[in-house]
Ligand binder design. Structure first.
Ligand code: ADP
Length: 161
């Protein structure tokens, strides 16, 4: 049984993340979405809020669980008897950082294999950062995030719908 972890900040989860998680769940027996605290990224949402949004967004995916983890992803992999790290690749701009992370994780834990998925082309230019920027200015984000995430963003930015 292959367990794969899908780590991320998910600040907030978008349809791009959801697309990747669903693709991974079709290939691996068990997928665990791992919400990283990532204080260095200064997230807009608390880790608890992000965990709730990820759980709600992916509850229809049967072989997928959601956890939070504040340590190294390779330690999380060890603890869950996993060997695969899922990451999404959008444009070329993701590549350098992801390449470095994949090799670093393999150096830290030799069984760690990073597998990249490409999202549907409509999500290639979608990022949590972009969603937050548009949301902050009360722009239309319904094509990018589920309604429950949109409502949380509106609440954060004190926008009444
Ligand atoms: P991190 O801080 O770990 O990069 P993110 O939540 O920003 O966390 O991203 C988690 C993973 O999801 C990364 O591999 C990222 O490339 C991927 N991802 C984010 N948005 C998209 C998208 N629109 N399409 C495909 N992959 C995405």
């Amino acid at each position: 049984m292959k367990t794969a972890l899908y780590p991320g900040t998910f600040d907030p989860i978008t349809y791009g993340h959801i697309d990747i998680a669903k693709r991974a769940s079709q290939i691996f027996n068990r997928v665990i979405a791992v919400v990283a605290e990532n204080p260095s990224k200064n997230p807009l949402f608390s880790v608890e809020e992000r965990l709730e949004m990820v759980t709600e967004s992916l509850m229809d995916v049967k072989n997928l669980e959601v956890i939070r983890y504040d340590g190294l992803i390779v330690d999380c992999l060890r603890e869950n008897n996993g060997s695969v790290i899922i990451r999404g690749l959008r444009a070329l701009s993701d590549f350098e950082y992801e390449f470095q992370m994949a090799y670093t994780n393999r150096n830290l834990y030799s069984v760690a294999e990073t597998v990249f998925f490409m999202p549907s082309s409509k999500y290639t230019y979608l990022s949590s950062t972009m969603v937050k920027q548009i949301g902050r200015l009360n722009g239309a984000i319904s094509d990018f995030v589920p309604d429950h995430v949109k409502m949380r963003l509106q609440k954060k930015f004190s926008i009444s719908s």
